[in-house]
Design a protein around this ligand. Structure first.
Ligand code: PLP
Length: 422
């Protein structure tokens, strides 16, 4: 029987059973700065989860906080529906000048609603409307969100079951390396597309994550992504890259697909786009796809103006000089070295790892051990979470602004947690 500390009992009594992260991290958090959180009892925790990728620039980043405070103090618009505001104009211009134009990306910007799943719904709707087809292809172990459209292209059986109705118009295909390199890429997919007897309705689009964040840190190779992009063109399907978790610099470059040299037709962004952990999401698409009627996709909370302010500040602070990308690369190498050492310490038995930029996964053959490692890490003062269909992967996704020393400290806690759960 687990005993609930009194400070947590109100959550247990009043809040729904659906709550999840608070079960793995049983503390009442009060303040946070950079890569550290503090609970109400004065304990400090090193954050290796960064709000599931929403805090790439750390908690309460001082530069973004200053911009936000100034904006609030001068009574800048807070709630703006989709009205034109100075904050939104500044964001659009900054996004164009700092992110899109230097990468030669032609996208129009849609504000589809506050969270990631809203962006995915908008992307799916638009793809279906443009192509006049219902079916969308997704990949094994994909995660795209909890609303019904996004859930229909999500792999996880437990999450899918929560829908309570049939999830239709989505077809899963094998992600990169699903058959451990034994099957030629896209062999099955292209055969189905070309065979009039296959039973696969011609898809409107393919939706893909370049690195599957929730699905177990599965990293697609650049050549797999570029072959997928070519396949989509050949077969007249739109390519949607869901960059909600891996975008905003998580893998090094601002967009995770840049490395593959592709230009997706539609891109979804959320999580760290506001930079401050505030709800904001974007659906980006090539201008010729912009066939929406005014108001055809709507929503009350599409104009979170304080988020536009921190988003602009984040882009101007971190994305004008190439330093962020270089630092992420260095930090990633630091993680890779530490994970190699953990594998060697375990004689390469029962453990493997993979990652890109500053997102890494440590997979355990003994699946429940990943959860045990996270629990031990919490006792040692660090927030770590699992990922993968059976929570068999320890996921490392610290803030991109984490210092080399903080990262080192966390990696030592990880090594100790692995050792102590052997
Ligand atoms: N797409 C991806 C790739 C995600 O990782 C997530 C969330 O983890 C989502 C969509 C859904 O975003 P949200 O939880 O903000 O709705």
């Amino acid at each position: 029987m687990t005993i609930t500390p009194p400070a947590l009992s109100v959550f247990e009594t009043l809040e729904s059973e659906v709550r999840s992260y608070c079960r793995g991290w049983p503390a009442v958090f009060d303040r946070a700065q950079g890569s550290h959180l503090h609970d109400e009892d004065g304990h400090t925790y090193l954050d290796f989860f960064a709000g599931a990728g929403s805090l790439n620039y750390g908690h309460n980043n001082p530069v973004l906080k200053r911009a936000l405070i100034d904006y609030i103090e001068r009574d800048g618009i807070t709630h703006g529906l989709d009205m034109a505001t100075t904050a939104k104009r500044a964001f659009l211009e900054t996004f164009q000048n700092v992110i899109l134009r230097p990468r030669d990306l032609p996208y129009k910007v849609m504000f589809p609603g506050p969270t990631g799943t809203n962006a995915v719904e908008a992307a799916l709707k638009l793809a279906r409307k443009v192509k006049g087809r219902e079916s969308v292809v997704s990949f094994t172990n994909a995660f795209h969100g909890m609303s019904l459209g996004a859930l229909a292209v999500t792999g996880n059986a437990f999450k899918r079951a929560g829908a309570g109705i049939p999830l239709v118009h989505g077809t899963p295909m094998p992600f990169d390396n699903y058959f451990d390199g034994t099957v030629q890429d896209f062999l099955w997919f292209e055969r189905l597309l070309d065979d009039q007897g296959s039973g696969l309705n011609k898809p409107a689009a393919v939706i893909v994550e370049t690195v599957q964040g929730e699905g177990g840190i599965n990293v697609a190779r650049a050549e797999w992504l570029s072959a997928l992009s070519a396949l989509c063109k050949r077969q007249d399907m739109l390519l949607i890259v869901d960059d909600i978790q891996m975008g905003c610099g998580r893998t090094g470059k601002f967009f995770s697909f840049e490395e593959a040299g592709i230009t997706p037709d539609i891109v979804t962004l959320s999580k760290s786009i506001s930079g401050y952990g505030m709800p904001m999401s974007l659906c980006l698409f090539k201008p010729e796809l912009d066939i929406w009627e005014p108001g055809e996709h709507n929503g009350t909370f599409r104009g979170n103006n304080p988020a536009f302010v921190t988003a602009s500040a984040a882009l101007l602070t971190y994305w004008t000089d190439g330093q962020m990308e270089k630092q992420t690369e260095l930090r990633g190498e630091q993680v890779e070295r530490a994970l190699l050492a953990i594998i060697e310490e375990n004689d390469q038995v029962g453990l493997s790892f993979r990652g890109r930029g500053l997102v890494w996964g440590l997979e355990f053959t003994d699946k429940p051990r990943a959860g045990a490692v996270c629990r031990r890490a919490f006792e040692l003062g660090m927030l770590l979470e699992t990922s993968g269909p059976q929570s068999e992967v320890v996921k490392l996704i610290p803030a991109l602004t984490i210092t080399a020393e903080e990262l080192d400290e966390g990696l030592r806690i990880l090594a100790r947690s692995v050792r102590e759960t052997a």
